[in-house]
Write a protein that binds this ligand. Structure first.
Ligand SMILES: *[C@@H]1O[C@H](CO)[C@@H](O)[C@H](O)[C@H]1NC(C)=O
Ligand SMILES: *[C@@H]1O[C@H](CO)[C@@H](O)[C@H](O)[C@H]1NC(C)=O
Ligand SMILES: *[C@@H]1O[C@H](CO)[C@@H](O)[C@H](O)[C@H]1NC(C)=O
Ligand SMILES: *[C@@H]1O[C@H](CO)[C@@H](O)[C@H](O)[C@H]1NC(C)=O
Ligand SMILES: *[C@@H]1O[C@H](CO)[C@@H](O)[C@H](O)[C@H]1NC(C)=O
Ligand SMILES: *[C@@H]1O[C@H](CO)[C@@H](O)[C@H](O)[C@H]1NC(C)=O
Length: 504
């Protein structure tokens, strides 16, 4: 009897050990990468014939950056790109996602003058990557508009769609023989809402309740124009793929009351749906939740028309389906509850959305006030995309954690371990996810947060003129994940029986 009990205890312990040590495999052909953006790493702000962009302008001429720094030198990748490629090979990534500085390639903003040095710089990066067997993935626009085009209204000017197509045409011609995955825009919601509707990003116009919708309207048309341009003029010969990468955070209803569920649905449509619905949904156009709410508030406020511009039926068709995959940047989760208030006098995105958004005090934090560690929100976000957009191929193009730059960055390792498991939970439930990208390859200029919130796998010594890069603990961790094509299993504290259809 005793020996039998001992036997079972041993079985039980070894079984627990097996489960504990169990490594989860990534799907076949899953690819891993790291990402950066031109303004945040390049420096060389006045190198050769490059002109000023809106981030040069903001950092030089306002006090909006918390530590009063700028991207004049940043990581100096303008000169140190070979070391960047070496770091990518140390990590063993499959691809590197980086962006193009528009004003470095087209100093006037227009395509009548193309900078030889601008092209030379990106050609060198691309060729070095290919030589190192790292696939280049290029973001055409990651927030650094030439100042000359901002002076013409930036993205609120509908003609920007044409200028963006001209720029895209130049880069497809120059790099498309070697670049096979393109992203038109990075997180348009962020630069439209914070840059035009508020002051959280360049150009910091604070055109609250109007500017964010106007700029987003042009961006959606510009994206579609460039998708069609690639599809018709370049894809036949270059055989690449193109889409947009959108930000999508999860909005968890505070309670399961119908009011809170409705509030969460609205919050999600004002987030991932703003750019997601026009491009990735079966119906196209802005989500009903946005159209109805913004119309209602605009009427109450005495406007003759909704502050959200309307697409024509033709435009809806032109924009719908302009993707070869869905690019997703995901970091965190919010709680949402219904807002009893009805008196929304000031026109604003917040008032249009009209719900209460907050984060739980119990959620672990990072160096960024908005970034809480909530891995199960990632699973739900991915399931929501699967259900709402007919299970598209999803490539995760950003996911990451900020801290103070310490090299033994155990909190970052923990974040990625949890979020990779959360992503695999979504894969297990049938989501078609084919790529994962760490933001960021190295510490860099975090927009208005300057160098105070650092996301890198590599530390960069910004006090060293050589901008020495050093791998952090997380670099070795990520290298091993990529080498094993597996991550140690962690059970996320998800409510497994969550019914996603409640939020459809
Ligand atoms: C993986 O990629 C290879 C080569 O591209 C292809 O032949 C194979 O079918 C792919 N496997 C899966 C499971 O998609
Ligand atoms: C470029 O900017 C730096 C400051 O970041 C300045 O010292 C230098 O003189 C400028 N170079 C040119 C050619 O204007
Ligand atoms: C931004 O706009 C809001 C709403 O119109 C206003 O209350 C606020 O003072 C503005 N901020 C700045 C810095 O101008
Ligand atoms: C996932 O997406 C890829 C690329 O579009 C496609 O080849 C594959 O069939 C999809 N898999 C599933 C299960 O839908
Ligand atoms: C940075 O964070 C680490 C880990 O949380 C901590 O041990 C260290 O003291 C912090 N360093 C500074 C300069 O705040
Ligand atoms: C650079 O050095 C100064 C003083 O030595 C220090 O206060 C600052 O935190 C350092 N900056 C960075 C980005 O390491």
């Amino acid at each position: 009897m005793v020996s039998r009990t001992v036997f079972f205890v041993i079985i039980l312990i070894s079984e627990c050990g097996r489960i504990f040590a169990y490594k989860r495999k990534f799907p076949n052909n899953f690819s891993f990468g790291a990402a950066t953006a031109s303004y945040q790493i390049e420096g060389g702000w006045n190198a050769s014939d490059k002109s000023e962009n809106i981030w040069d302008d903001l950092t030089h001429n306002t006090n909006l950056v918390v530590d009063k720094t700028n991207g004049d030198v940043a990581c100096n990748s303008y000169n140190l790109y070979k070391r960047d490629v070496e770091m990518l090979t140390e990590l063993g990534v499959d691809f590197y996602r980086f962006s193009l500085s528009w004003s470095r390639i087209l100093p006037t903003g227009f395509s009548e003058k193309i900078s030889d040095d601008g092209l030379k710089y990106y050609n060198a990066i691309i060729d070095n990557l290919l030589e190192a067997n790292v696939t280049p993935i290029v973001t055409i626009y990651h927030w650094d508009l030439p100042k000359s085009l901002q002076d013409l209204g930036g993205w609120t000017n509908p003609l920007m769609a044409d200028y963006f197509a001209d720029f895209s045409n130049v880069v497809f011609e120059a790099f498309g023989d070697r670049v096979k995955t393109w992203l038109t825009f990075n997180e348009p919601l962020v630069f439209c809402q914070q840059g035009y509707g508020g002051m959280g990003k360049a150009p910091a116009l604070n055109l609250t309740g109007v500017g964010e919708y106007l700029s987003a309207h042009t961006v959606l048309k510009a994206h579609a124009k460039v998708y069609h341009l690639y599809d018709e003029n370049f894809r036949p010969a270059q055989k690449g793929r193109i889409s947009m990468t959108i930000s999508g955070q999860w909005y968890e209803p505070d309670t399961d009351s119908p009011e809170d569920l409705e509030a969460a649905l609205v919050a999600e449509q004002f987030d991932v749906g703003w750019f997601g619905h026009p491009i990735f949904s079966k119906e196209g156009d802005y989500p009903n939740a946005m159209k109805e709410r913004i119309m209602k508030r605009s009427e109450e406020q005495g406007y003759t028309k909704s502050r959200l511009p309307e697409f024509t039926a033709e435009e809806i068709e032109y924009i719908k389906g302009t993707y070869d995959f869905l690019g997703l940047n995901h970091y965190t989760t919010y709680s949402v509850k219904a807002n009893g208030e009805t008196n929304f006098v000031e026109p604003s995105f917040e008032h249009d959305r009209g719900v209460k958004v907050f984060q739980e005090a119990t959620w672990p934090s990072s160096a960024s006030s908005w970034l809480k560690v909530v891995p199960w929100g990632f699973t739900k976000m991915l399931k929501w995309i699967r259900s709402n957009y007919a299970n598209p191929e999803v490539m995760v193009f950003e996911n990451g954690f900020s801290d103070n730059g310490t090299t033994d960055d155990q909190d970052r390792i923990n974040y990625h371990r949890l979020y990779l498991n959360a992503m695999l939970d979504a894969v297990d439930s049938g989501c078609n996810i084919t790529a994962y990208t760490v933001w960021s390859l190295m510490d860099n200029m975090e927009w208005l947060r300057g160098y105070t919130e650092l996301f890198g796998l590599y530390r960069v010594d910004f006090n060293d003129t050589e901008r020495k890069r050093t791998p952090k603990s997380s670099a070795f961790y990520y290298r091993d994940v990529i080498k094993d094509r597996a991550v140690e299993h962690v059970k996320n504290k998800d409510d497994d029986d969550f019914d996603i259809s409640l939020l459809l």
